[in-house]
Design a protein around this ligand. Structure first.
Ligand code: NAD
Length: 260
């Protein structure tokens, strides 16, 4: 169902984004691999190509609207269109209480997470509206749905992404465009591994292992998610199987939270 679709994935140089690039390519889609780090873009393009898929490099900083517009226009012209945008890139500046965070780090999290999502959506929506066809899938987080200490500004920015998902879905539904979000909870990626490594230097490896056991017990399915789990949900929302679904937030969380 996704065969020959053109899919732009932000932050596809690592973790969930890289898994998404491989998953879409396996379905026959052509993937535009975005990341702010060009060497990560190159690594994912190489992985997709080695796996027999089709990928093009799209390195740019999603927090900078001029950079987004300058990159997306030739990409759209070169590929003919963008059918699917996955707003996945994010930064988590640190795992510390709000009052210990620095305003400059708050700024960066909001710019990448919220403005990045707005900028990329602004760049691709006119083409989708003109073609009366398109899918936006935003990556949120359960931290925003139920609250998360030590990730306060990251969660607030993601809360903005959730609200944007719902409101823009109302605006563009009449143009046959679906907008949804996938909301993961703890997922084993470099972003999460870095938090655990930082924690280990503060409280020790044994304490981190104990904490991980506790985390697992808090999940009805008793496991930490994998990037592939998130990718499967995104593939569904990007496909025509989800044609009557819009403005929804789908948690992929092993049952960690069950928001009404
Ligand atoms: N890993 C988890 O536990 C978890 C849980 C909930 C939600 N999420 C969400 O899943 C998504 C992917 O997270 P991940 O764990 O794979 O993270 P990651 O850190 O492994 O990958 C994020 C990628 O985004 C890129 N990026 C950062 N700033 C950018 C910018 N300005 N422009 C373009 N690219 C940029 C990074 O270079 C990196 O390659 C994020 O939206 C994150 O908030 C992750």
């Amino acid at each position: 169902m996704l065969s020959d679709k053109i899919v732009l994935i932000t932050g596809a140089g690592s973790g969930i984004g890289q898994s998404l690039a491989l998953a879409f390519a396996r379905e026959g889609a052509r993937v535009a691999v975005n990341d702010v780090a060009p060497e990560r873009v190159a690594a994912t393009v190489a992985l997709v190509t080695q796996a027999g898929g089709a990928a093009v490099a799209a390195p740019f900083d999603i927090a900078n609207f001029d950079a987004v517009a300058t990159a997306v226009q030739p990409l759209e012209q070169g590929q003919g269109r963008i059918d699917v945008l996955v707003n996945n890139a994010a930064v988590l500046a640190g795992h510390v209480p709000f009052l210990e965070t620095r305003p400059a780090d708050n700024d960066r999290e909001i710019k990448v997470i919220l403005y990045g999502t707005l900028h990329c959506s602004r760049a691709v929506l006119p083409g989708m509206i003109a073609r009366r066809s398109g899918k936006l899938v935003n990556i949120a987080t359960d931290a925003a749905r139920v609250g998360q200490e030590r990730e306060v500004v990251y969660s607030a920015a993601k809360g903005g992404v959730i609200s944007f998902t719902k409101s823009i879905a109302r605006e563009v539904g009449r143009h046959n465009i679906n907008v949804n979000a996938v909301s993961p909870s703890a997922t084993d990626t470099p972003l999460r591994r870095k938090i655990l490594d930082d924690m280990a230097t503060k409280i020790g490896a044994d304490a981190v292992r104990e904490r991980e056991d506790k985390v697992r017990r808090a999940y009805p399915l008793r496991r930490i998610g994998e990037a592939e789990d998130v990718a499967r949900a995104v593939l569904f929302l990007a496909s025509d199987a989800a044609r009557h679904i819009t403005g929804q937030i789908l948690s992929v969380n092993g049952g960690f939270a069950m928001p009404g």
